[in-house]
Design a protein around this ligand. Structure first.
Ligand code: AMP
Ligand code: MG
Length: 403
């Protein structure tokens, strides 16, 4: 049977994944969350013409030439408008953010003036309309300024506040439960016995999930026994996980424990092998409402599969509309051999050439157990199935790796 392509596998993972239900959150809690509705400005900003400087509000026609002497008739500060009209030959003191009094259209900055009691001498001619922010300069009531599916930045929160929204409709955060399996695994900080190794996968994957705005639930390590694995799967369900990520127990010929335990719990399997390297034994299914991604145990395979499948799935559940990784163009720094039928994701350095063009150089050893080159990698270099041999200097596609 031909293995499933990465693109087809991703399409299956996303097929019945829909955004989680929206909730309303105070602005202060909404950073990084995804808007569940378009946001329309409920007011105009600025609501009236405002001064952009400290100076004098006046009629532009009065200062087409200078010097000119104007009568000072009042003062306007931010939040304290001055309602009397300012006539020809008159002016009002104004501060930044002050509402332009009726009749005025121009501000002359105070540096270009001199005061003689209630007379203001304007020393420099000024163009009409200078230093005034017109009503609606920033936005107008009724305009849609932030759209559904947008992940909210710090700047978006300031804009939403200015639009007068105290709370925002956002999609619920996906909950990702992480379960490691393997009799040989011990947590970091303990002393491994004979044949044991230190559990590493979950730390990268949980950090990756949190970086995508998900909540991570650490289910720890299950030994290679169906009963314990089933118990951990139930804990994932009881914790309200939207996604269960497992690692290990996936190699053919091993115990295939994870798949057996999931099947016993009623998982609908969609696939369990794909045409990629690292990461062929990658599994996907649904257990009720919970999406299940069964990652291979080798740390690099687990990371690559999580990068390619978990991140888009989290983004989809979180309501984002921009969910795909965008490959970037680079120049190969070293020759590559022809590829076989599996898409290859080579770990490599990504460094700029002297002219700034990015150069991607695959590390010489591509073993899916090796964390040192993974940690040092700047990118994954994409090699399509059956790609011909490539030479240093050829163009290539890379996926930049995150922090
Ligand atoms: P498995 O898929 O369980 O056969 O695991 C494949 C390889 O990955 C084995 O060498 C495991 O020891 C290793 N491995 C599995 N899970 C982890 C993990 N969570 N952290 C580090 N290595 C792991
Ligand atoms: Mg194992």
């Amino acid at each position: 049977m031909a293995l499933l392509s990465v693109a087809d596998a991703l399409a299956q993972v996303l097929q019945d994944a829909t955004p989680l239900l929206p909730e309303n959150l105070p602005l202060a809690d909404a950073h990084g969350r995804v808007l569940a509705a378009d946001l329309t400005a409920t007011r105009t900003q600025p609501p009236a013409a405002l001064s952009a400087m400290d100076g004098y509000a006046l009629r532009g026609a009065d200062v087409a030439t200078a010097p000119v002497r104007l009568k000072l008739i009042g003062e306007v500060a931010a939040g304290h408008p001055f309602d009397r009209p300012v006539g020809a030959g008159e002016t009002a003191r104004i501060f930044t953010g002050g509402v332009m009094p009726p009749g005025t259209d121009t501000v002359v900055i105070q540096e270009n003036t001199a005061r003689e009691d209630d007379i203001v001498v304007i020393n420099q001619a000024s163009a009409s309309g200078r230093h005034v922010r017109k009503a609606g300069l920033d936005f107008t009531a009724g305009e849609v300024l932030l759209t559904r599916g947008r992940q909210l930045t710090a700047r978006d929160l300031a804009l939403a506040a200015a639009m007068n929204y105290p709370t925002l409709p956002v999609y619920r955060k996906p909950r990702v439960a992480m379960l490691a399996t393997g009799d040989e695994l011990v947590p970091p900080g303990t002393t491994p016995g004979p044949g044991e190794i230190v559990y590493s996968n979950g730390y990268a994957i949980m950090a990756m999930a949190r970086g995508e705005g998900a909540e991570a639930i650490d289910l720890g390590i299950a030994p290679d026994r169906v009963l314990e694995t089933v118990a951990a799967i139930r804990r994932a369900r009881d914790s309200g996980a939207d996604i269960l990520v497992t690692s290990g127990g996936a190699s053919v010929g091993e115990y295939d424990l994870v798949q057996r335990a999931l099947a016993a719990e009623g998982m609908a399997l969609s696939f369990w092998r794909i045409a990629m390297r690292p990461g062929r034994p990658m599994m996907h299914g649904r257990l009720g409402a919970m999406h299940v991604l069964g990652l291979p145990g080798n740390p690099v395979s687990a990371y690559a599969c999580a990068f390619l499948f978990l991140i888009p799935l989290i983004r989809r559940l979180a309501g984002r509309t921009d969910i795909d990784h965008q490959p970037e163009r680079a120049i190969l720094g070293a020759d590559l051999p022809a590829n076989d039928e599996r898409a290859d994701y080579l770990r490599g350095a990504l460094d700029p050439r002297p002219d700034g063009a990015p150069v991607a150089t695959a590390f010489p050893v591509q073993d899916s157990s090796m964390l040192t080159p993974l940690a040092r990698a700047g990118c994954l270099i994409l090699r399509a199935p059956h790609a011909p041999a490539a030479r240093a200097g050829d163009a290539c596609s890379v996926l930049k790796l995150g922090v």
